[in-house]
Design a protein around this ligand. Structure first.
Ligand SMILES: Cc1cc2nc3c(=O)[nH]c(=O)nc-3n(C[C@H](O)[C@H](O)[C@H](O)COP(=O)(O)OP(=O)(O)OC[C@H]3O[C@@H](n4cnc5c(N)ncnc54)[C@H](O)[C@@H]3O)c2cc1C
Ligand code: FES
Ligand code: FES
Length: 486
């Protein structure tokens, strides 16, 4: 039996909605239907954080809080969750939440547009920490606020307010924790959702089999994971999505597990969930994920969505390709696994067939050392102009045993530089080999000029990134000599 109403907690109040428009955003619903106007619209594309709300899910008997951009989350994605807006933060006696009070005390409450979003992002951050965690560093706080822009550049008082939050008393959410968990568990998320309204449909199956069947029945439907790409199609490009199939309720798709000699990442696994495991195995890859969007985008956005979307400037693919990752595709009961590099056929054209979907991505946990670098105009919350990933292994005598190079932003698809690899494998890892590699890159890559960078800038950067990988993987004395020369 499927359900057609969506059920969630708004603050602490249970809500059941029938006849939901699957394309309506949480932001529009809050402001237009509920008159909860504390949540603001700045950009409507997930960039500014003015619309930040917090979602809480029950996981392993605990509440897991995440900040999300209400402007690009569709209403049915709330099903089974607690939605917390800035209006819900006050305490039992109406007092300001400790986060709000800290903002007032440190003059961090500057304009009405950005402040609710900053408060919500800080609130989510404070709820993600436990009493036993060491004090957050300034870098931790900046990460939590990466997705919130203040146009008057008044970040200093906001950071001062964040510093003041190092220790905080229990808030209303701690006091009501067990009631909230009990209320969420009553919402029945084990039933598939099937919504039909205004000529649009939204299906959220709960098993892999049901998902495969749903996608075969509606092969032209838009598959939905975190909606950090799809949401913008609706809000910015005004392309309504008449058939949506939400993949995020299928437990297998959110798993991260060891699978033989690989780390298996379920396609609907979010950046937030995958970050720690990936960062431990490949620190540069962890840093790359830390720079994807802001905390709100990483809380919803998935690695599977990045890979399937197939943008030539998607950030995870060069790193995944350099590490030799494979991708499992499924249509009905049929499955096939391909090297990720073979998935990309042309500009935004992938090997995905109608009715097919991505199940997981296997990243070999070989001895390849990964270096990867994202080059963008801003360090945080920006799209790459070039992304270079270099996976390396050396013989005992420092000749190159294995080398896999992949770039984003250098072609119509995320692409390996195979000729360059061939020019360098078996050679000593020294300056002459790097120079030969740089020359090979110039022959092999044909970047385009666009608003992010010119073709010549991109090529120079790609060559310099090879040099950077060399310097970083070379003994400090040699690296210093190299730097002296250049
Ligand atoms: C403010 C902002 C900042 C961003 N910054 C970055 C950035 O720094 N780097 C970057 O690379 N990207 C960035 N993005 C883009 C986006 O966040 C990523 O591409 C993200 O990984 C998409 O994942 P998702 O789960 O949200 O995908 P969705 O939006 O749900 O889906 C994206 C596409 O993938 C398809 N899809 C999803 N899952 C599957 C599946 N399992 N099988 C088949 N098809 C599937 C969907 O049908 C859709 O075509 C940013 C986006 C925003 C809004
Ligand atoms: S309105 Fe700017 S992120 Fe949502
Ligand atoms: S706080 Fe809104 S512009 Fe700075």
């Amino acid at each position: 039996m499927a359900r057609s109403d969506i059920r969630f907690l708004l603050g602490f109040e249970p809500i059941a909605l029938n006849d939901v428009d699957p394309n309506q955003t949480v932001l529009d619903w809050l402001r237009e239907s509920m008159a909860l106007t504390g949540t603001k619209e700045g950009c409507a594309e997930g960039d500014c954080g003015a619309c930040t709300v917090v979602l809480a899910d029950v996981r392993h008997g605990e509440l897991l809080y995440k900040p999300v951009n209400a402007c690009i989350v569709f209403l049915p994605q709330l099903d089974g969750r607690q939605l917390i807006t800035v209006e819900h933060l006050k305490g039992e006696a109406g007092e300001a939440h400790p986060v709000q009070q800290a903002m007032v005390d440190h003059h961090g409450s500057q304009c009405g547009f950005c402040t609710p979003g900053f408060v919500q992002a800080l609130f989510a951050f404070s709820k993600q920490r436990s009493a036993s965690d060491s004090l957050p560093t300034r870098a931790d706080i900046c990460n939590a606020l990466q997705g919130n822009l203040c146009r008057c550049t008044g970040y200093r008082p906001i950071l001062a307010a964040s510093d003041a939050l190092h220790t905080g008393p229990d808030d209303v959410f701690d006091v009501r924790k067990s009631q909230t968990i009990a209320a969420l568990e009553k919402l029945d998320t084990t039933t598939p959702l099937v919504i039909q309204n205004r000529g649009r449909s939204y299906r959220a199956p709960i098993s892999l089999e049901e998902l495969a069947t749903a996608i075969q029945e509606q092969p032209t439907a838009t598959l939905l994971a975190g909606s950090t790409d799809v949401g913008l199609w609706v809000t910015k490009q005004h392309r309504t999505q008449d058939q949506l199939i939400d993949m995020t309720r299928v437990p297998e798709l959110s798993r991260i597990e060891k699978a033989g000699d690989a780390l298996r990442i379920g396609a609907a696994c979010t950046y937030q969930d995958a970050h720690a495991v990936i960062a431990q195995a490949w620190p540069d890859f962890g840093e790359l994920i830390r720079r994807i969007g802001g905390a709100q985008v990483r809380a919803m956005g998935t690695i599977g969505g990045n890979v399937a979307n197939g943008s030539p400037i998607g950030d995870t693919m060069p790193a995944l390709i350099a590490l030799g990752s494979t991708i499992l595709l499924r249509r009905g009961k049929q499955q096939r696994r391909l090297p990720l590099e073979d998935f990309y056929l042309d500009y935004r054209k992938t090997a995905l067939q109608p009715g097919e979907f991505v199940v997981d991505i296997d990243i070999p946990t070989s001895n390849l050392e990964l270096r990867c670098y994202k080059i963008s105009k801003r360090l945080d919350q920006d799209i790459s102009a070039v992304l270079g990933a270099f996976a390396l292994a050396f013989e005992a005598d420092q000749t190159v045993k294995d080398l896999r190079i992949a770039f984003g932003g250098m072609a119509a698809v995320p692409k390996r530089a195979i000729n360059t690899e061939r020019a360098m494998i078996g050679k000593p890892w020294n300056m002459a080999t790097i120079k030969a590699g740089q020359a090979a890159l110039a022959k092999e890559l044909a970047p385009i000029s666009d608003m992010r960078a010119s073709a010549s800038y991109r090529l120079t950067v790609a060559q310099n990134l090879l040099m950077k990988a060399f310097i970083e993987t070379t003994a400090p004395e040699t690296a210093t000599r190299v730097l002296d020369v250049s």
